[in-house]
Design a protein around this ligand. Structure first.
Ligand code: ZN
Length: 194
């Protein structure tokens, strides 16, 4: 059989763009919670034909190539386990995620900025232990003072998170759209509390 790569499928972009597949690691847990690990259906179909994933759930929607018709995968599992890095990269996104997009001084949520706990002007470094998410107001108020001099306090001491800790935080942020076939594989805190 000829390898039916995604490009050989007849597709109607508007109808199919919205059929991403949830990607699970070989242990049936999402590769990532936030952002949730999703592939475009083309990727999922291709990986399936390359024998890299097993399809465990499908959409009702089908696509056709000249030689076959298939249902679009809605959940796929990797055959080979991907070992996550023990410690996530120190990035803007991961830092905000660690702090749950919450100002570490006043608890405000929303648009966040970075704040150096010990200001750079006093030798403070840009590390997990010295940078926190802060709202614009608190950042301005603290300016280049120490926490104590500014008369402020931190919600908690900033630490380097492990990958597992960050995954757990990510579970608090489910995306807006979740397909029903994904639910068996996702454990959102919101759902557990309901
Ligand atoms: Zn604040």
């Amino acid at each position: 059989m000829q390898m039916p790569f995604a490009s050989s499928f007849v597709r109607s972009p508007a109808a199919l763009r919205d059929h991403p597949a949830l990607v699970l690691n070989a242990d049936y847990r999402p590769l990532s919670y936030f952002p949730l690990s999703l592939w475009p259906w083309q990727e999922a179909v291709k990986a399936s034909f390359l024998d890299r994933v097993v399809i465990v759930a499908e959409y009702d929607t089908t696509v056709r190539s000249p030689s076959l018709e298939i249902r679009l995968p809605s959940v796929v599992v990797l055959k080979d386990y991907v070992k996550p890095a023990a410690y996530p990269a120190f990035t803007r996104f991961n830092l905000f995620l660690r702090d749950e997009f919450t100002c570490q001084y006043c608890g405000a949520k929303g648009e966040m900025t970075f704040d150096h706990v010990l200001p750079r002007s006093r030798g403070g470094r840009t590390t997990w232990q010295n940078v926190v998410a802060a709202c614009g107001r608190c950042n301005l108020r603290k300016s280049d003072k120490t926490v104590k001099d500014a008369g402020m306090s931190l919600a908690r001491r900033p630490m380097q998170p492990t990958a597992a800790e960050l995954q757990n935080v990510g579970r608090k942020f489910p995306p807006n759209h979740l397909h029903e076939s994904w639910m068996d594989y996702l454990y959102w805190d919101a759902e557990l509390e309901a």
